[in-house]
Design a protein around this ligand. Structure first.
Ligand code: DCP
Ligand code: MG
Ligand code: MN
Length: 338
């Protein structure tokens, strides 16, 4: 009688089952269907087992428990918790962070937040997290945006956009920047600098934003606009996604609008890479100048890190001249992969 009630109220493998259940939840949320299934089977079997399982051999004798799970059960019993879970969790969280950072519209802060909040896969995010419109697109097109773009395809995007722009205004030029200009065999996105020697920013923006972009949506080339930034401090950009005719893969497309007198500084900025840019800007500061994507300036007055005035423009139009004025030997774009 006594033995009977004890058996009913308390499963002898209760503690083991609890730990296994935690791992099951974890694997299930990581979309690990194999392990989820194996753990579910083992938990079911343990629940029906009348005696406490304390060793690998005992565990193996239960139908539904394989070798790996038998090891794990023994470990749980011995240590009363699973060291593995802690270690695995750290590396898994690191990988998750990298994965989440690949979502368009998700910075490091957002990615860390999601990991800390317990999201464990892209599916998990899609189903449970509250997402901005751009993050949703970033998730839906995660695989597309993660694919590298071969040089010849970058060129095809450049040609298509150039053709569309020049059919509206033949004087506007389109130059491919980014990793493509640095000679990379493939790129993460397509970076196009749009400029016209004689016109100002408003004119270029008007041609592209009001006329060309609507046309390119209509033609089926552009898929979505993600961000349009107006000029204040950091340039004037359109970001979105496009696909070539006959392709299903969406590519990230960045357009940078540049007035003629800033062409050289903008090209320097848009060619990168970002580390090269940072070191060049740092050097400019050390020499009492200021380099940004609009030009190289001198006589900049600073109060601490804050600028009091913009300074006097030394050069904006000519990329090579900026190197000269900085006292740096010319570096071809291919030599800027820091
Ligand atoms: N850039 C920068 N600082 C940043 C981001 C960008 O200076 N934080 C500049 C340098 C980059 C250029 O803009 O080379 C284009 O940015 P991308 O993010 O498109 O980078 P890349 O074209 O260099 O590489 P990828 O092939 O990954 O697109
Ligand atoms: Mg790029
Ligand atoms: Mn880019």
């Amino acid at each position: 009688q006594k033995l009977n009630t004890a058996a009913k109220s308390e499963n002898p493998n209760k503690c083991t089952i609890e730990v296994l259940q935690q791992m099951l939840d974890y694997y299930s949320r990581s979309d690990d269907h194999w392990r989820t299934l194996a753990y579910r089977k083992a938990i079911g079997a343990l629940k029906r087992h009348p005696k406490k399982v304390t060793s690998r051999v005992q565990a193996l004798s239960i139908p539904g428990v394989g070798a790996r799970l038998a090891d794990k059960i023994e470990e749980i019993v011995l240590t009363d918790r699973l060291r593995r879970l802690d270690n695995a969790q750290e590396t898994v969280e690191d990988k998750l962070l990298q994965q989440f950072r690949g979502i368009y519209g998700c910075g490091l802060a957002q990615a860390s937040k999601w990991v800390a909040q317990g999201y464990r896969s892209l599916t998990d995010l899609r189903e449970r997290a509250s997402l901005t419109k751009n993050q949703l697109i970033g998730l839906e097109r995660y695989d597309d945006f993660a694919k590298r773009i071969p040089r010849h395809e970058v060129e095809a995007h450049g040609a298509l956009v150039r053709q569309a722009i020049q059919s509206v205004d033949g004087r506007v030029q389109v130059i491919i920047g980014g990793s493509y200009r640095r000679g990379s065999p493939d790129s993460g996105d397509v970076d196009l600098l749009v400029t016209e020697p004689g016109s100002n920013l408003q004119q270029i923006r008007a041609v592209v934003l009001d006329t060309v972009i609507p046309k390119l949506f209509e033609s089926g080339y552009l898929q979505v606009g993600l961000q349009t930034s107006r000029r204040n401090g950091e340039g004037s950009k359109w970001q979105g996604a496009s696909k070539l005719p006959g392709s299903d893969v969406w590519r990230r497309l960045d357009l940078l609008f540049v007035p003629g007198e800033e062409f050289g500084a903008a090209l320097l900025y848009f060619t990168g890479n970002d580390i090269f840019n940072r070191s060049l800007r740092l050097l400019a500061r050390k020499k009492g100048m200021c380099l940004n994507q609009r030009g190289l300036f001198t006589d900049v007055m600073r109060r601490g890190p804050a600028k009091v005035n913009k300074g006097r423009l030394l050069e904006g139009r000519d990329e090579r001249r900026i190197f000269e004025l900085l006292g740096v030997p010319w570096r071809a774009p291919e030599q800027r992969n820091c």
